[in-house]
Design a protein around this ligand. Structure first.
Ligand code: ATP
Length: 353
């Protein structure tokens, strides 16, 4: 039995259905990340789990208990928001203990829980400070501390790092992940940042327009995206997509011929029109190498590698090459393509072939 279950859950605002029937199972101790473009329904899904938004139909259960109509306070969950909304006039200690004090929790228990949270989060030196005297990362840790002291069954995070600068985001995502592992608490985390999703999740759920496009571990998502949308969303720079034909054991792209590895040729057969997908980082030498002639428009040296932005036929293509790879803007160049890493999608349904 799943720890958290959403069964045929829907959400409508007026006449607009933003979540058609959705099924989601989250295992005990799992770190699940909901990711997708703005407006795809991530936050709405999380808020329905939290009880902050009523479901229009369907059922939500936590640890086997039906909580579909339970108030947020009766669900044994704790939520950390993007805007951490700390009480400015209260110290860190008072902020962390606020909910327990309001509930009349025993003083000794409060002291113990605050001590435990502040130790875990490295907040001991700041307990008597006011939020205005803390850095963004420290404030975010206080917000997490507030959730932690409740010892919830489930943590819900709604883009908790989006107000932090890039360096702090990277540090905090590691901290949150380690903390969740140590506590073994089930977590559901919403972000629109695919790197955050990939690095933190045990399992990533990619959503579009309220629908789950794919739910899988990060590596599966990267290596075997279910469709063009997922393939385009996961990976940076994004996968290249080229209209192509598969025939005679090769991919034909704008007059160029890229031979397929024999087993791929057999699997695909004479397929005709396809959408050929290749990631920029897979434009590299390999045992099953083909090559593609590119008209480079721009060269972007990033240090460890260089991005070549150009065209094949009329289509834009980005290749990630070695910094020493000989290439000049305006001069056609031949880049290797690792055909063992090629992806193929149906040109109409855009599903993986
Ligand atoms: P973002 O990354 O921008 O936060 P999201 O994936 O979290 O997006 P939601 O906030 O869940 O998306 O919104 C999903 C859809 O529901 C959007 O089209 C949004 O406009 C709509 N929506 C959300 N809340 C309401 C509301 N209270 N009334 C009407 N429509 C709403």
């Amino acid at each position: 039995m799943a720890h958290v279950e959403m069964r045929q859950v829907t959400k409508s605002f007026g006449t607009a259905t933003v979540i058609p029937p959705l099924d989601l199972d989250i295992a005990k101790g799992e770190f699940l990340v909901l990711v997708g473009p703005s407006g795809c329904g991530k936050t709405t899904t999380l808020r329905m789990l939290a009880g902050l938004e009523a479901v229009s139909s369907g059922r939500v259960s936590i640890d086997g208990r039906d909580v579909t109509h339970a108030a947020p306070g009766e669900r044994d969950i704790a939520m950390v928001f993007q805007n951490y909304a700390l009480y400015p006039h209260m110290s860190v200690r008072e902020n962390i203990s606020y909910a327990m004090r309001v509930h009349g929790t025993d003083k000794a228990v409060i002291a113990e829980r605050v001590g435990e949270a502040s130790r875990l989060l490295g907040l001991d030196p700041y307990l008597d400070r006011k939020p205005r005297n803390l850095s963004g990362g420290q404030r975010q840790r206080v917000a997490i501390g507030r959730a932690l002291v409740r010892h919830p069954q489930v943590f819900l995070f709604d883009e908790p790092l989006s107000n932090l600068d890039a360096k702090l985001r990277v540090e905090m995502r590691t901290e949150i992940k380690l903390l969740q592992r140590r506590l073994g608490t089930t977590a559901v985390y919403v972000t629109h940042d695919q790197v955050e999703a990939m690095t933190m999740a045990d399992r990533v759920v990619v959503m579009r327009a309220g629908v789950i496009e794919q739910a899988a571990d990060p590596i599966t998502l990267y290596e075997r995206p279910a469709n063009r949308f997922v393939a385009n969303f996961i990976g940076s720079p994004a996968m290249n997509f080229l209209p192509a034909r598969v025939e005679g054991g090769a991919v034909r792209v704008g007059g160029q011929v890229l031979p397929l590895p024999p087993e791929e040729a057999t699997r695909l057969g004479p397929r005709g029109q396809v959408l050929f997908g290749i990631r920029p980082e897979h434009m590299r030498p390999s045992g099953h190498q083909a090559s593609l002639t590119l008209e480079p428009q721009a060269i972007e040296p990033l240090g460890p590698h260089t991005l070549v932005l150009g065209h094949v036929g009329g289509e834009r293509v980005t290749a990630q090459v070695d910094p020493r790879f000989p290439v000049r803007a305006g001069e056609p160049c031949v880049v290797p393509v690792d055909m063992t890493q090629a992806h193929f999608f149906d040109p109409v349904t855009e599903g993986r072939l």
